[in-house]
Design a protein around this ligand. Structure first.
Ligand SMILES: O=C(O)CCC(=O)C(=O)O
Ligand SMILES: [Fe+2]
Length: 322
């Protein structure tokens, strides 16, 4: 599965630009790039330097410790929602392991997770120098990027900013932490099969600078994304496809493990805790209403759990198509 290119075919939005604030020309033109990118490929690459190498290193160190815990301990992180708990030792994804941290933008969320992994009250790992609060700090910065991306999407379709604020306020977050070990001689290089996420937006970061994430472009070609501490892939999930009345594509992506070392990635996943309504601004003559106008995100997750429909279009259509 060789031959994918770097991120050059994907749209890049530069959040390191000081002028990137609502109301500026830089912001306005970014809004239009974001909309084009999401309609074409379901994602864009964000250049964002608020996290920095040092914080990344400390999160990598934290994940190394976390995944080196015994399997029985990791398996204690369970959840009634798909992909929120521990996943590992999956026969068809032998390289892959993941753990979800609920509510990672708050220090209580991070602490609660710590207590599941270290029930003796071993806060040493999270709260002592040099990793003190690093996961929380890291997640909060990703959260800021998530909010900016959502504002840009709403603005690009001329949807009221108050409705964006209320969507953001009712967003639940999950930090998925992932580890892929290097394949052995007799194993293939598939880290994660092609899929779309069930989220509103997922922000994926190749944390320890090892490539592997590939995006399926509009024309069906696979496009690799360069790993860097300052590059983040902002992907539309199924719920954003529904919100946009099908105009934004849910991003199809996969992971090919060509690294010889353990690869660590994170994804900040957002879900809507309240009913989401398709805004009338995205419905018009050329784009007649495709889905039932009220979308219950957690019911959709339960539907996925029950029906296990792999293909994104078929899944969304079966759940809320009209
Ligand atoms: O690890 C990656 O690069 C992507 C992971 C992913 O797609 C997911 O967890 O949904
Ligand atoms: Fe994904």
């Amino acid at each position: 599965m060789m031959g994918s290119q770097t991120h050059c075919e994907l749209h890049v939005v530069d959040f390191t630009d000081e002028k990137m604030k609502p109301g500026t020309d830089a912001w306005l033109s970014a809004c239009s790039v974001v909309r084009t990118a999401l309609e074409e490929h379901g994602c864009f690459v964000a250049r964002y330097d608020q996290i920095g190498k040092e914080l990344c290193d400390s999160v990598v160190f934290a994940l190394e410790e976390l995944f080196s815990l015994p399997m029985e301990i990791k398996a204690q992180k369970t959840s009634d929602k798909p992909f929120h708990g521990y996943l590992g030792q999956v026969s068809w994804l032998p390289l892959y392991e993941s753990l979800g941290i609920d509510d990672p933008l708050t220090s209580q969320g991070c602490r609660k997770f710590t207590h599941i992994m270290w029930p003796e009250g071993n806060d040493r790992f999270w709260f002592q120098f040099p990793y003190s609060d690093s996961i929380n700090k890291y997640s909060k910065e990703l959260g800021r990027l998530d909010h900016m991306a959502k504002r840009m999407v709403f603005e690009s379709y001329d949807v009221d900013m108050q409705r964006c604020d209320s969507l953001i306020e009712s967003s639940d977050y999950l930090l998925r932490c992932m580890k892929y070990r290097a394949p052995q001689m007799d194993e293939n290089d598939l880290g994660m099969h092609c899929h779309t996420d069930l989220t509103i937006i997922s922000i994926v970061h190749q944390l320890n600078n090892l490539n592997g994430l590939e995006i399926k472009l509009k024309d069906g070609k696979w496009n690799g994304v360069d790993a860097s501490s300052s590059l983040f892939v902002v992907m539309a999930g199924d719920a954003l496809n529904v919100w946009s009345n099908g105009r934004i594509r849910a991003c199809e992506h996969r992971v090919i493990m060509n690294a010889k070392k353990n690869r660590y990635t994170t994804g900040l996943f957002s879900f809507n805790s309240k009913m989401m309504r398709i805004p009338e601004e995205v419905v018009n003559e050329q784009h007649p209403l495709r889905y039932k106008p009220l979308f219950d995100h957690y019911e959709y997750l339960r539907f996925y759990d029950k029906e296990k429909i792999k293909e994104s279009h078929a899944r969304i259509q079966a759940y809320c198509g009209i």
